[in-house]
Ligand binder design. Structure first.
Ligand code: CA
Length: 656
């Protein structure tokens, strides 16, 4: 068939033949480059080659593509390294607008043109020796959620490459008063995974003005397989952002920290004129019965993940990030928009590459979807997901109150009716004989088959920061008291079963000045203010030491539902402001009897310890895992107001 012949017409999008090979996009060698585009919608297709990435310039060459093996293809001889390109299809007798190859692996400024690159030339020195840091089971992870720009933009960060991927590679940075910042701070905190807000190429920041003050979270995807240009030192040269992203991963790996990417395959930043829509009209999206774009993302469209070539696109995209960039995990934005089969396909592929790759997502949508509810990868369907976790909004809102009502209080801030939802978080949303599921706020059944399917958290980039929230819900309480609430919330997350997740800066009482949706607010609002680290040194140390405690003691990350049921026993009598449980003989832990008491009472509280002699290793203010600073305790003790208390039973044989 020549390029001018009409292609077969299909009755429905579901009739489009699937392309089985893994070579869509531009396949480069120094001798030739082959371009392949899948578009059964097209009557003809062509590729335009450009010498530069400036909008409005004429192509150096335009080539007709031929139908080959179910795709449109053309091979161009010569070394095309650095050449920019676009695709264009003819449909219903007319040529649509040029579009960027959805499979493009590199792009110029603002992602308006793809770029052919020799990927080998993007590897930083030593990249071939880069390895994922050693990782045990998923519940060993301690995730720190971070926006690339937020880490370094503060004038006090001491970081040179402010707002850039390279900002995460700098060591030895400090505030003017000597507190460590940036990567050294992450190392000091002991987190195992840094979860980066969207770092693929998104739409909203003008890369041509990347030195001007612009900010966006980046939940408006443009090129899924290309790093964001504004985080690079030169957005016009596609290789620079690739190399610098790799340098970032390399530096984090060298520091023993894994990298999770926040991925947004549920919608695209553009709708009618997205690359998908211009190259394979309608196929990549879901539609309402009236023919309008459906909008479960709340952003104007939603991706039809259930279609085989969409599923294939997503699968190959995450596979590419894992292979080429050594990314160690993925957080799926609005995962409920994706179908269960696609998520399991992704899981199978990635865990085939490395079983320790961490996968989790938001088990909800932001609006109604035409995808049948039974197929949605929502939280309630987590048991059908294989080795994929969901965020626990149950424990999040139980600890601080609903994110939809800023004045509502939670367990840490004085609520008297949410303790069972906190207990549900403590067991990682698994089945436990002592949980009354009818009393859990949102879930009336366990939704995690294993604790590794539950991500426990109290705050993230969305909504108010925890510190801002506590100010709104508890305006009458002095900062000292609210700081106790902050510590109790974080300590609950860090001592619970499941996977703990901490929003960057929570340990230093991060504030965004009350801005609850700072997705395009300024750096002044969003950046981590490093002076806070010194001002709240006690809480920073508390969180750091709790992370160390968790890492040292397998009892807090048992990892199996049946073992949690066996070794974790609640001993409180269903008190609505005090939660107490024992961790006895947890596998692998030299602490054979641990007693945890979360005091949600806003006053000091008398409490009777279980029989025996105990030493206190955590109180509301500090962690002392040696327990040497306090005397052995027994019987009735006084718990500090709003405090986490961990006791370890003294055994007959000495040290404990
Ligand atoms: Ca961009």
């Amino acid at each position: 068939m020549t390029c001018s012949d009409p292609r077969p017409q299909y009755d429905t999008l579901e009739d489009y033949p699937v392309y089985p090979y893994a070579d869509l996009g531009a396949t480069y060698t120094s001798a030739s480059t082959t371009f392949k585009l899948w578009s059964p919608a097209a009557q003809a297709a062509r590729v335009h080659l450009y010498a530069d990435d400036r909008p409005g310039t004429e192509p150096r060459e335009s080539l007709d593509m031929e139908a080959r093996d179910g795709a449109w293809a053309v091979s161009v001889s010569g070394d095309l390294d650095g050449t920019y390109y676009t695709y264009q299809i003819k449909r219903d007798g007319r040529w649509l607008a040029e579009a960027t190859d959805p499979y493009a692996r590199a792009a110029g400024t603002n992602g308006l043109r793809g770029q052919v690159v020799d990927l080998f030339a993007t590897d930083p020195p030593g990249w071939e020796n880069d390895r994922r840091p050693v990782m045990g089971k998923p519940t060993d992870a301690v995730i720190y959620e971070l926006h690339v720009r937020d880490l370094s933009m503060d004038p006090n960060s001491g970081i040179t490459h402010k707002g850039k991927f390279l900002g995460l590679t700098e060591r030895g940075t400090t505030t003017p008063t000597g507190d460590t910042t940036g990567l050294d701070h992450l190392i000091e905190m002991g987190v195992t995974h840094v979860h980066l807000l969207p770092s693929f190429d998104f739409l909203s920041v003008d890369e041509a003005r990347s030195d001007s003050t612009q900010y966006n979270w980046g939940y408006d995807p443009q090129n899924y397989n290309v790093p964001e240009g504004s985080y690079s030192t030169d957005p016009s040269d596609g290789k620079v952002r690739i190399r610098e992203f790799k340098q970032m991963v390399q530096a984090l790996h060298a520091a023993g920290i894994r990298v999770v990417m926040d991925v947004v395959y549920n919608h695209t930043g553009r709708t009618e004129n997205s690359s998908f829509q211009l190259l394979v009209p309608d196929y990549f999206y879901r539609f309402n019965a009236d023919g309008t774009f459906s909008n479960a993302s709340g952003c104007g469209n939603e991706i039809a993940s259930q279609r085989p070539m969409v599923r294939k696109f997503i699968r190959e995209s995450v596979e590419y990030w894992a292979d080429e960039y050594h990314v160690d995990g993925f957080r799926f934005d609005l995962m409920g928009i994706h179908d269960i089969a696609t998520m399991n396909d992704i899981s199978e592929t990635l865990h085939g590459i490395d079983p320790s790759i961490l996968l989790y997502g938001e088990g909800w949508t932001a609006g109604d979807s035409p995808l049948p509810e039974s197929q949605q990868a929502t939280k309630v369907h987590t048991p059908q997901l294989i080795n994929i976790a969901a965020f626990s909004d149950d424990v999040r809102d139980a600890l601080k109150g609903s994110v939809f009502d800023a004045e509502e209080r939670g367990f840490v801030s004085g609520a008297t009716d949410v303790a069972e939802s906190v207990r549900f978080g403590i067991v990682g949303a698994t089945a436990h004989p002592q949980i009354s599921y009818d009393s859990v706020n949102y879930s009336h059944a366990p939704w995690a088959r294993q604790p590794a399917q539950c991500v426990n958290y109290v705050s993230c980039h969305d909504n108010h920061t925890l510190w801002d929230r506590l100010q709104l819900s508890n305006p009458g309480d002095p900062p000292r008291v609210r700081e106790s609430m902050q510590r109790l919330a974080l300590a609950t997350v860090l001592t619970s079963q499941g996977i703990p997740f901490v929003h960057a800066g929570t340990e230093m009482l991060r504030s965004k000045g009350g801005d609850e949706n700072s997705y395009q607010s300024s750096d002044a609002v969003n950046a981590i203010k490093w002076e806070k680290k010194g001002q709240h040194a006690r809480t920073v140390a508390y969180v750091r030491d709790l992370i160390a405690l968790r890492k040292a003691h397998p009892a807090f990350r048992i990892g199996e539902t049946a073992l949690i049921a066996r070794h974790l026993t609640f001993t409180d009598a269903g008190d609505d402001q005090l939660i107490a449980y024992r961790l006895q003989n947890a596998p692998g832990d030299d602490w054979t009897d641990i007693y945890v008491v979360l005091n949600g009472y806003q006053t000091r509280h008398r409490h009777t310890l279980p029989e025996g002699e105990w030493r206190q290793v955590v109180d509301g203010d500090r962690v002392d895992s040696d327990g040497r600073a306090t005397d052995t305790m027994s019987g009735e003790v006084t718990l500090g107001a709003i405090s986490t208390n961990v006791f370890v039973k003294k055994t007959g044989s000495g040290e404990n």
